[in-house]
Design a protein around this ligand. Structure first.
Ligand code: ACO
Length: 344
């Protein structure tokens, strides 16, 4: 049912440009744990292969009825509870996902309705594994412009919906999960200090879901050809990810007069432990300062960064005033990195 339209009108900008800061994080992962050993019952694979090639030991898989919106909504509820926010306190909801509940309406609309956020507008953003960072940068602009006070950025993906369970080259890599962060105005000198993004669309054929869009609408043929599942050219993506993640972090460090030694932690997209180790080595960063939760969750696409951030905070590895860089590479190709001085 539609709400009272006047309750959805926005207040005019109140202040001049300010930086945005992440002031809260919450996550949700489905209950069901699927281990590598579980996968060996249906796939020609082994725990040894998966761990040595990817670092993944287990992943969470959604229960029947769980969707990207239900996972995202639970992450938002947890965030609001942790921050003591009421229904009217959220101005904007941006959802990064490549597994929307459906092509439309946007998952942001479904989460807005499930959580009950009468004042929030919102939209989805598609940048695959870089989606959370693209959404973070986008949301930060509304804070910086003074247009909004509180923006919630969600990264959520039910990858099990688009993974071919018979394809051992992809089925072992992905999992389901969601995370949400709150963006508010930063204290002076804190918050999101800089960001960098690029896309390279020439990578479009190396990581994609071929059917289900306007190019190849769903048909009996596309389903028979298993074209509604993710496909990737793993080796090409691997090489691109290693070079671009290190390059993106270095770019932000250089133009801010910093070195890797200045960073308390790098929080990278979680696709493969070997990508994380190679990136750390290229940066001259001790591997233990590269956040990793891939062993527990696999690649949850837009959810990996909030899951890794929450783990870093719970481990006491990021304190107020510390510098950190988020970095991601994803399908498209999409690339992004964000430099923050932690503000909570
Ligand atoms: N179990 C056992 N053997 C396997 C498995 C498996 N699960 N999967 C593949 N193999 C076999 C292959 O068939 C191949 O055998 P062959 O030599 O007889 O042909 C052999 O293992 C090696 O295969 P490679 O593809 O060369 O393995 P590689 O070491 O490159 O690892 C992987 C593959 C893990 C996919 C890696 O390339 C990778 O991580 N790529 C990047 C993934 C990524 O970053 N994705 C980006 C984000 S995702 C997003 O944006 C949605």
């Amino acid at each position: 049912m539609g709400g009272n339209i006047t309750s959805c009108m926005f207040e005019p900008p109140r202040e001049g440009p300010r930086r945005a800061a992440i002031t809260g994080v919450a996550t949700y992962a489905p209950q069901r744990v699927v281990t590598n050993a579980d996968l060996t019952h249906t796939l020609d694979t082994s725990d040894e292969w998966i761990v040595s090639r990817t670092g993944i030991r287990e992943r969470r898989i959604g229960a029947p009825g769980e969707t990207t919106s239900t996972m995202g909504a639970e992450a938002v509820r947890r965030l609001m509870a942790a921050k003591g926010l009421g229904p009217d306190d959220v101005d904007l909801l941006i959802v990064a996902t490549v597994t929307p509940d459906m092509l439309f309406p946007a998952t942001a609309c479904l989460i807005q309705d499930q959580v009950g956020l009468p004042r929030a507008w919102g939209f989805d953003l598609s940048a695959a594994c870089s989606g959370f960072l693209y959404a973070l940068t986008t949301g930060a602009q509304f804070i910086a412009a003074g247009a909004h006070r509180r923006v919630v950025v969600v990264g959520a993906d039910l990858m099990s919906a688009i993974i071919d369970p018979t394809d051992r080259t992809t089925a072992v890599l992905f999992g389901d999960g969601a995370g949400a962060v709150l963006l508010e105005q930063a204290a002076d000198g804190f918050g999101i200090l800089d960001f960098h993004h690029r896309v390279d669309g020439s990578g479009r054929d190396d990581l994609l879901m071929p059917a289900g869009g306007s190019l190849k609408p769903a048909s009996a043929e596309t389903v028979a050809a298993r074209e509604h599942f993710l496909r990737q050219n793993g080796r090409v993506v691997f090489k691109f990810a290693v070079s671009q993640m290190a390059w993106s972090v270095e770019l932000l460090l250089r133009r801010n007069g910093l070195t890797a030694a200045d960073l308390a932690v790098v929080i990278p997209h979680q696709a493969n432990q070997r990508i994380l180790d190679a990136t750390a080595d290229r940066l001259g960063l001790p591997r233990e300062r590269m956040a990793s939760v891939i062993g527990r969750y696999g690649n949850t696409t837009a959810a990996t960064l909030p899951l890794a951030l929450e783990d870093v905070l719970q481990g006491g590895r990021l304190s107020r005033g510390d510098l950190a860089v988020f970095v991601a590479v994803g399908a498209g190709f999409t690339v992004g990195a964000t430099l923050v001085r932690w503000d909570c």
